[in-house]
Design a protein around this ligand. Sequence first.
Ligand code: 3HC
Ligand code: NAI
Length: 700
Amino acid sequence: MADLVRLARHDDIAVITIDNPPVNALSPGVPEGIETLLHGAAQDSHIRAIVILGAGQTFIAGADIREFAKIVSGERPRISLDPFLRAIEDCLKPVVMAIHGAAFGGGLETAMAGHYRVIASDAQVGQPEVKLGLIPGAGGTQRLPRLAGVAKAVEMCAGGQPIRAQEALELGIVDRLLKGSLVEGAIAFAREIASKVPRKTRERDERLRDAAPAIFGFAREKARKLGRGMTAPLAAIDAVEAATRLPFDEGCRREAELFDECLYSPQSRALIHAFFGERTVAKIPGLPKDVKPAEIHRAAVVGAGTMGGGIAMTFANAGIPVIVKETAADALDRGMNAIRGNYAKSAAKGRLSQADVEQRLARITPQLTYEGFEQADILVEAVFENTVVKKQVFAEISKIAKPGCVLASNTSSLDIDEIASATARPEMVIGTHFFSPAHVMRLLEVVRGRGTAPGVIATAMALGKKLGKIAVLAGNCPGFIGNRMVGPYLREAQFLVEEGASVEQVNQALYDFGMAMGPLAMDDMAGLDIGWAIRKEFARFEKPGVRRPRVPDLLCELRRFGQKSGRGWSLYDADRKSSPDPETAALAEKTAKEFGIERRIILDEEIVDRCIYALVNEGARILEDGIALRAVDIDITYIYGYGFPAWRGGPMFYADTVGLNNILMRIQELQRKHGSDLWSPAPLLERLAKEGRSFVDFDT
Ligand code: 3HC
Ligand code: NAI
């Protein structure tokens, strides 16, 4: 306990420091430690006021998230933080909370139990519990509306987004913003208020009265839209509403009931899995400890198309100067206009100031030559998805690049080793598969080739973080993790249309499952020509006589490439809004007739099973092949790259919740119906199901 929390006397002010690295979570021992030291300081007649702060990078990042699984499994009892917070609030001497870094979740709840709060100007406060499928469970939904007002409390508790120090000051969550030394400022503040009677947040009811009833209805509507399928945001709104209807103690009891419902829900297990998964994927087993990532100071991108432009913006947004090279002036102009257009949109929405836009644009140098490439620390190729074209580019850039320069390809499916063979330094070649739109999507799939040097892997992973992405390491195979799995997923969606489901039914069924968009809508957004090009590249691997979807090729032959050409699986207007197209339905019917495919009524359940189990089955093969390091790497790839609902934890975690044996039986049923070439259970799935294990067990 002594290690986790300590006390120092500064004349008449006691300073209690929480020192529980890395983020001062309220792990067992921390609340008890604070309470004991607080009690001692309150008894000490020389002490007039008490400051509580965090050591290291942050104040308190919240409850210890690792404890939740232990509570749910019954390994540990759930101990309410409420008595601890009341002990702070009931302290007879003023308690000043001094916040730096983050006061999140239980951290903000602890801060609000103090009588005063001071904050460093770059700190943040928030109630992000909903992102873990939880709600604030230590009075946050009761104290925050008393400080910040009901509307803001609803927004913060249901949305989970943190706010900055300045806003926290304006809202009344904190009392003073400090520049310079936090500890000195907090001690000085404590002396100022030392003679005042401590004010208890729980007794400050005045701001509860400004709650217009419409706030809650509006918030629920917004939560249903933004957090589609998630239960925690609605529970958080109920809890804040309780603060406006019930006395504090009863409000806290209601909050605790709602918190428990969330804690024991599959959604919080899934979201906590995703929270830790996001951090696990950065850890690469087997990478020698002495390997350090190289700093990326300058970058260059080849190709200013859809992806090249977005990748250039990503570098510029992270403060890295970048050259963009094209083959012709009109393509370069188109690319730069798209970049300018994207920045203008961000400025119009108030996300960037005009000065920011200009600063970022100034970091991007468009040109038609390789001039300056010799100074770059990384070169990213984003030209057409064609091995011959890519090899040509790699042969050129490897002649110009300086020693130590990383040579990266944005290929979404092609063989990294084959591309690397065009260079004299395959150890410097790696895949950096950004997702479209590259400046928005969080996922970066880093693909290691046979000869990729460990240092290059470390550099690409660290670069991902610097660019604000979540980097997942994949092995080299057609489609890597993400697109290899998308293959069978899309195949099933396309088969279902040929078998009688409408495009809209397929899209809706998976949207209702929680996917960000239906598979055929995703296909139309990515461009059907991309899949067409990939099918041509991989046609040599196809087994003769095995059924394959016919409609996508027919659509491409009609130049229906999806959103970009106004029609694909669906029709698109100028705003890219979709509507059903009878021509697609007619093509599906014609195809069924020609290939003897029986047309029938298909239930949504079959659509979801076939598409999602196709993902899971391929995921299991990827895992067994060592293409993904762990099942969680697949989950994170799908959540951040393909819009898989985080509250289902990713495809492999979802499979665990359904039960691998149930999935195996359904796949065996599909195998009997559709044949072993299309549906045969992955050996790993069979093995784990037989042993009664799960993919999560396989990871640990
Ligand atoms: N509990 C346990 N571990 C935590 C944690 C927490 N609350 N917050 C972070 N960690 C761990 C991470 O898993 C990571 O561990 P690792 O090094 O082994 O991978 C380490 O701390 C560092 O975290 P980050 O890599 O995220 O560090 P950053 O500096 O990038 O970010 C942060 C720091 C902004 C505090 C970020 O970690 C964060 O947002 N944490 C979660 C905050 C949160 O959700 N709090 C609410 C918890 S629930 C709660 O409080 C319930 C209450 O109402 C009762
Ligand atoms: P695109 O067709 O929009 O752009 C490619 C650009 O490269 C064109 O502007 C072309 O003029 C240029 N180019 C071709 N050869 C060049 C050369 N030698 N030097 C300079 N420029 C050259 O293609 P897109 O969609 O940007 O795809 C690029 C790569 O990114 C492909 O490998 C693709 O598979 C991958 N990718 C695409 C995604 C998407 O959704 N569009 C998603 C993820 C990866």
